[in-house]
Design a protein around this ligand. Structure first.
Ligand code: NAP
Length: 255
Protein backbone atom coordinates (compact mmCIF):
# COMPACT_ATOMS: atom_id res chain seq x y z
CA UNK A 1 0.00 0.00 0.00
CA UNK A 2 1.44 3.36 -1.04
CA UNK A 3 1.28 6.36 1.29
CA UNK A 4 -1.79 8.41 0.39
CA UNK A 5 -1.44 11.43 -1.87
CA UNK A 6 -4.60 12.97 -0.39
CA UNK A 7 -4.39 16.75 -0.34
CA UNK A 8 -1.39 16.96 -2.71
CA UNK A 9 -1.59 19.49 -5.53
CA UNK A 10 -1.20 17.88 -8.93
CA UNK A 11 -1.04 19.60 -12.33
CA UNK A 12 -1.77 17.40 -15.36
CA UNK A 13 -1.32 18.88 -18.84
CA UNK A 14 -3.41 17.40 -21.64
CA UNK A 15 -5.84 16.12 -19.01
CA UNK A 16 -9.19 16.89 -20.64
CA UNK A 17 -9.20 13.46 -22.31
CA UNK A 18 -7.14 10.36 -23.01
CA UNK A 19 -4.12 9.39 -20.91
CA UNK A 20 -4.02 12.73 -19.09
CA UNK A 21 -7.62 12.29 -17.98
CA UNK A 22 -6.79 8.77 -16.79
CA UNK A 23 -3.82 10.09 -14.79
CA UNK A 24 -5.97 12.89 -13.35
CA UNK A 25 -8.71 10.41 -12.41
CA UNK A 26 -6.28 8.11 -10.57
CA UNK A 27 -4.86 11.05 -8.58
CA UNK A 28 -8.32 12.51 -7.88
CA UNK A 29 -9.52 9.14 -6.54
CA UNK A 30 -6.61 9.31 -4.08
CA UNK A 31 -7.94 12.62 -2.77
CA UNK A 32 -5.38 14.79 -4.58
CA UNK A 33 -6.32 18.28 -5.80
CA UNK A 34 -5.90 18.17 -9.56
CA UNK A 35 -5.62 20.98 -12.11
CA UNK A 36 -6.84 19.83 -15.53
CA UNK A 37 -4.90 21.75 -18.21
CA UNK A 38 -5.86 21.70 -21.91
CA UNK A 39 -6.47 24.22 -24.70
CA UNK A 40 -10.23 23.83 -24.95
CA UNK A 41 -11.86 25.19 -21.80
CA UNK A 42 -15.24 23.45 -22.26
CA UNK A 43 -13.80 19.93 -22.43
CA UNK A 44 -11.37 20.64 -19.55
CA UNK A 45 -14.23 21.92 -17.37
CA UNK A 46 -16.41 18.91 -18.21
CA UNK A 47 -13.57 16.59 -17.18
CA UNK A 48 -12.97 18.49 -13.94
CA UNK A 49 -16.69 18.26 -13.13
CA UNK A 50 -16.66 14.52 -13.85
CA UNK A 51 -13.68 13.99 -11.52
CA UNK A 52 -15.34 15.73 -8.58
CA UNK A 53 -14.77 18.53 -6.11
CA UNK A 54 -10.97 18.16 -5.90
CA UNK A 55 -10.51 18.85 -9.62
CA UNK A 56 -10.62 22.15 -11.46
CA UNK A 57 -9.86 23.24 -15.00
CA UNK A 58 -7.55 25.79 -16.59
CA UNK A 59 -7.33 26.51 -20.32
CA UNK A 60 -3.71 26.79 -21.47
CA UNK A 61 -1.64 25.83 -24.49
CA UNK A 62 1.67 24.15 -23.60
CA UNK A 63 3.39 25.94 -26.50
CA UNK A 64 2.71 29.29 -24.80
CA UNK A 65 4.89 30.10 -21.77
CA UNK A 66 2.64 32.90 -20.48
CA UNK A 67 -0.40 30.59 -20.46
CA UNK A 68 1.55 27.92 -18.57
CA UNK A 69 2.75 30.49 -16.03
CA UNK A 70 -0.90 31.46 -15.47
CA UNK A 71 -1.89 27.78 -15.09
CA UNK A 72 0.86 27.17 -12.52
CA UNK A 73 -0.18 30.29 -10.60
CA UNK A 74 -3.82 29.13 -10.63
CA UNK A 75 -2.83 25.67 -9.30
CA UNK A 76 -0.80 27.27 -6.51
CA UNK A 77 -3.59 29.65 -5.55
CA UNK A 78 -6.42 27.13 -5.72
CA UNK A 79 -4.61 24.10 -4.32
CA UNK A 80 -1.95 25.56 -2.00
CA UNK A 81 1.17 25.06 -4.15
CA UNK A 82 2.26 22.38 -6.62
CA UNK A 83 3.60 18.98 -5.53
CA UNK A 84 3.34 16.97 -8.74
CA UNK A 85 3.52 17.95 -12.41
CA UNK A 86 2.44 15.37 -14.98
CA UNK A 87 3.67 16.84 -18.29
CA UNK A 88 1.48 14.76 -20.56
CA UNK A 89 0.07 16.99 -23.34
CA UNK A 90 1.05 15.72 -26.76
CA UNK A 91 -0.06 15.35 -30.36
CA UNK A 92 0.66 12.61 -32.88
CA UNK A 93 -0.34 13.52 -36.46
CA UNK A 94 0.87 10.77 -38.82
CA UNK A 95 2.70 11.94 -41.96
CA UNK A 96 5.64 10.36 -43.79
CA UNK A 97 8.82 12.39 -44.36
CA UNK A 98 8.17 12.96 -48.08
CA UNK A 99 4.79 14.58 -47.44
CA UNK A 100 5.54 16.30 -44.16
CA UNK A 101 5.37 20.10 -44.23
CA UNK A 102 8.23 21.50 -42.10
CA UNK A 103 5.60 23.45 -40.13
CA UNK A 104 4.11 20.17 -38.91
CA UNK A 105 7.52 19.03 -37.65
CA UNK A 106 7.81 22.32 -35.76
CA UNK A 107 4.33 22.00 -34.22
CA UNK A 108 4.92 18.46 -32.95
CA UNK A 109 8.29 19.38 -31.45
CA UNK A 110 6.87 22.63 -30.02
CA UNK A 111 4.01 20.78 -28.33
CA UNK A 112 5.59 17.52 -27.21
CA UNK A 113 9.17 18.54 -26.45
CA UNK A 114 9.35 22.29 -25.91
CA UNK A 115 5.94 22.03 -24.19
CA UNK A 116 7.52 19.62 -21.70
CA UNK A 117 10.33 22.07 -20.93
CA UNK A 118 7.91 25.00 -20.65
CA UNK A 119 5.56 23.07 -18.34
CA UNK A 120 8.43 22.13 -16.01
CA UNK A 121 9.79 25.70 -16.06
CA UNK A 122 6.39 27.21 -15.20
CA UNK A 123 5.76 24.83 -12.28
CA UNK A 124 9.32 24.85 -10.95
CA UNK A 125 9.03 27.81 -8.54
CA UNK A 126 6.18 25.99 -6.78
CA UNK A 127 7.66 22.47 -7.01
CA UNK A 128 10.78 23.82 -5.26
CA UNK A 129 8.60 24.77 -2.28
CA UNK A 130 7.05 21.30 -2.05
CA UNK A 131 8.45 18.86 0.48
CA UNK A 132 8.61 16.17 -2.21
CA UNK A 133 8.30 17.64 -5.69
CA UNK A 134 7.66 15.23 -8.53
CA UNK A 135 7.79 15.63 -12.31
CA UNK A 136 6.38 12.80 -14.42
CA UNK A 137 6.63 13.00 -18.20
CA UNK A 138 4.50 11.04 -20.63
CA UNK A 139 6.97 9.85 -23.26
CA UNK A 140 6.24 6.79 -25.45
CA UNK A 141 7.80 3.56 -26.69
CA UNK A 142 7.66 5.20 -30.15
CA UNK A 143 10.93 7.03 -30.63
CA UNK A 144 12.99 5.90 -27.65
CA UNK A 145 12.55 2.17 -28.49
CA UNK A 146 10.39 1.54 -31.56
CA UNK A 147 9.55 3.21 -34.86
CA UNK A 148 6.37 3.58 -36.92
CA UNK A 149 6.06 5.11 -40.42
CA UNK A 150 4.61 8.61 -40.23
CA UNK A 151 6.02 9.39 -36.83
CA UNK A 152 9.56 10.67 -37.40
CA UNK A 153 8.68 14.00 -35.75
CA UNK A 154 6.69 12.34 -32.98
CA UNK A 155 9.41 9.75 -32.30
CA UNK A 156 12.06 12.48 -32.19
CA UNK A 157 9.96 14.46 -29.71
CA UNK A 158 9.36 11.46 -27.43
CA UNK A 159 13.05 10.44 -27.48
CA UNK A 160 13.92 14.10 -26.88
CA UNK A 161 11.82 14.10 -23.70
CA UNK A 162 14.08 11.38 -22.29
CA UNK A 163 17.20 13.40 -23.10
CA UNK A 164 15.58 16.33 -21.30
CA UNK A 165 14.66 14.23 -18.26
CA UNK A 166 18.14 12.89 -17.55
CA UNK A 167 19.66 16.35 -17.19
CA UNK A 168 16.54 17.82 -15.54
CA UNK A 169 16.74 15.05 -12.92
CA UNK A 170 20.28 16.14 -12.02
CA UNK A 171 19.44 19.87 -12.04
CA UNK A 172 16.36 19.47 -9.84
CA UNK A 173 17.79 16.90 -7.42
CA UNK A 174 19.15 19.74 -5.27
CA UNK A 175 15.55 20.75 -4.56
CA UNK A 176 14.49 17.20 -3.72
CA UNK A 177 12.45 17.04 -6.95
CA UNK A 178 12.48 13.77 -8.88
CA UNK A 179 11.96 13.63 -12.66
CA UNK A 180 10.82 10.38 -14.27
CA UNK A 181 8.84 9.25 -17.31
CA UNK A 182 6.18 6.74 -18.21
CA UNK A 183 6.55 5.20 -21.68
CA UNK A 184 3.14 4.00 -22.82
CA UNK A 185 2.66 1.47 -25.57
CA UNK A 186 -0.70 1.64 -27.37
CA UNK A 187 -3.34 2.98 -25.01
CA UNK A 188 -7.02 3.34 -25.95
CA UNK A 189 -7.69 7.09 -26.07
CA UNK A 190 -9.72 9.45 -28.23
CA UNK A 191 -6.47 10.35 -30.00
CA UNK A 192 -5.54 6.71 -30.72
CA UNK A 193 -9.07 5.84 -31.86
CA UNK A 194 -8.63 8.54 -34.50
CA UNK A 195 -6.03 6.29 -36.18
CA UNK A 196 -8.82 3.89 -37.22
CA UNK A 197 -10.18 0.40 -36.43
CA UNK A 198 -7.57 -1.46 -38.53
CA UNK A 199 -4.73 0.19 -36.62
CA UNK A 200 -6.28 -0.74 -33.26
CA UNK A 201 -6.92 -4.36 -34.33
CA UNK A 202 -3.47 -5.11 -35.77
CA UNK A 203 -1.81 -3.32 -32.87
CA UNK A 204 -3.66 -5.41 -30.26
CA UNK A 205 -2.60 -8.58 -32.12
CA UNK A 206 1.07 -7.56 -31.89
CA UNK A 207 1.00 -7.19 -28.10
CA UNK A 208 1.85 -10.27 -25.98
CA UNK A 209 -0.96 -9.44 -23.49
CA UNK A 210 -3.30 -9.21 -26.55
CA UNK A 211 -5.01 -5.98 -25.63
CA UNK A 212 -4.41 -2.27 -25.85
CA UNK A 213 -3.68 -0.50 -22.58
CA UNK A 214 -6.14 1.57 -20.58
CA UNK A 215 -5.53 5.13 -19.46
CA UNK A 216 -5.59 3.90 -15.85
CA UNK A 217 -2.68 1.54 -16.66
CA UNK A 218 -0.64 4.70 -17.21
CA UNK A 219 -2.27 6.54 -14.30
CA UNK A 220 -1.13 3.91 -11.79
CA UNK A 221 2.47 4.04 -13.06
CA UNK A 222 2.40 7.83 -12.64
CA UNK A 223 0.87 7.44 -9.18
CA UNK A 224 3.73 5.15 -8.15
CA UNK A 225 6.34 7.62 -9.41
CA UNK A 226 4.58 10.40 -7.45
CA UNK A 227 4.44 8.36 -4.25
CA UNK A 228 6.57 8.75 -1.17
CA UNK A 229 7.75 5.20 -1.78
CA UNK A 230 9.34 6.25 -5.12
CA UNK A 231 11.35 9.07 -3.49
CA UNK A 232 14.74 7.56 -4.42
CA UNK A 233 13.91 7.00 -8.12
CA UNK A 234 14.91 9.80 -10.47
CA UNK A 235 15.90 10.10 -14.12
CA UNK A 236 14.23 6.77 -14.89
CA UNK A 237 11.52 5.40 -17.16
CA UNK A 238 8.76 2.79 -16.85
CA UNK A 239 7.53 1.07 -20.00
CA UNK A 240 3.79 0.27 -19.76
CA UNK A 241 3.01 -1.60 -22.98
CA UNK A 242 1.63 -5.11 -22.33
CA UNK A 243 4.99 -6.51 -23.48
CA UNK A 244 4.76 -4.93 -26.92
CA UNK A 245 8.48 -4.20 -27.28
CA UNK A 246 9.56 -7.73 -26.30
CA UNK A 247 9.00 -10.13 -29.24
CA UNK A 248 11.96 -10.40 -31.64
CA UNK A 249 9.70 -11.67 -34.42
CA UNK A 250 6.18 -12.88 -35.28
CA UNK A 251 7.40 -16.39 -34.43
CA UNK A 252 8.41 -15.21 -30.96
CA UNK A 253 5.02 -13.56 -30.51
CA UNK A 254 2.94 -16.55 -31.58
CA UNK A 255 5.05 -19.53 -30.45
P1 NAP B 1 -5.45 12.61 -26.79
O1 NAP B 1 -6.50 11.60 -26.46
O2 NAP B 1 -5.43 13.21 -28.15
O3 NAP B 1 -5.49 13.78 -25.69
C1 NAP B 1 -4.55 14.82 -25.77
C2 NAP B 1 -4.75 15.80 -24.65
O4 NAP B 1 -3.73 16.83 -24.75
C3 NAP B 1 -6.08 16.53 -24.70
O5 NAP B 1 -6.48 16.85 -23.38
C4 NAP B 1 -5.74 17.82 -25.46
O6 NAP B 1 -6.71 18.82 -25.16
C5 NAP B 1 -4.36 18.10 -24.89
N1 NAP B 1 -3.49 18.94 -25.73
C6 NAP B 1 -3.10 18.73 -27.00
N2 NAP B 1 -2.32 19.75 -27.42
C7 NAP B 1 -2.19 20.59 -26.37
C8 NAP B 1 -1.52 21.82 -26.18
N3 NAP B 1 -0.80 22.42 -27.15
N4 NAP B 1 -1.60 22.43 -24.97
C9 NAP B 1 -2.33 21.88 -23.97
N5 NAP B 1 -2.99 20.71 -24.09
C10 NAP B 1 -2.92 20.08 -25.29
O7 NAP B 1 -3.98 11.99 -26.60
P2 NAP B 1 -3.48 10.74 -25.73
O8 NAP B 1 -3.53 9.54 -26.59
O9 NAP B 1 -4.14 10.74 -24.42
O10 NAP B 1 -1.94 11.14 -25.54
C11 NAP B 1 -1.52 11.86 -24.40
C12 NAP B 1 -0.01 11.73 -24.26
O11 NAP B 1 0.34 10.36 -24.21
C13 NAP B 1 0.77 12.35 -25.42
O12 NAP B 1 1.96 12.95 -24.93
C14 NAP B 1 1.13 11.14 -26.25
O13 NAP B 1 2.30 11.32 -26.99
C15 NAP B 1 1.33 10.08 -25.17
N6 NAP B 1 1.19 8.72 -25.64
C16 NAP B 1 -0.02 8.24 -26.05
C17 NAP B 1 -0.11 6.90 -26.46
C18 NAP B 1 -1.41 6.26 -26.84
O14 NAP B 1 -1.40 5.09 -27.23
N7 NAP B 1 -2.53 6.93 -26.75
C19 NAP B 1 1.05 6.10 -26.48
C20 NAP B 1 2.26 6.64 -26.08
C21 NAP B 1 2.32 7.94 -25.65
P3 NAP B 1 -6.92 20.11 -26.12
O15 NAP B 1 -7.03 19.62 -27.52
O16 NAP B 1 -8.14 20.79 -25.58
O17 NAP B 1 -5.70 20.97 -25.91
Amino acid sequence: MLTSLAGKSVVVTGASKGIGKGIARVFARQGAKVLIVARHAGQAEATAKELGAGASAFAADVTKPEELDAAAEAAAERNGGIDVLCANAGIFPQVKIEEMPPEQWDLVLATNLKGTFLSVKACLPYLKKSEAGRVILTSSITGPITGFPGWTHYGASKAGQLGFLRTAAIELARYGITVNAVMPGNIITEGLEGLGADYLKTMAASIPLKRLGTVEDIGYAALFLASKEAAYITGQTIVVDGGQILPESLEALNA
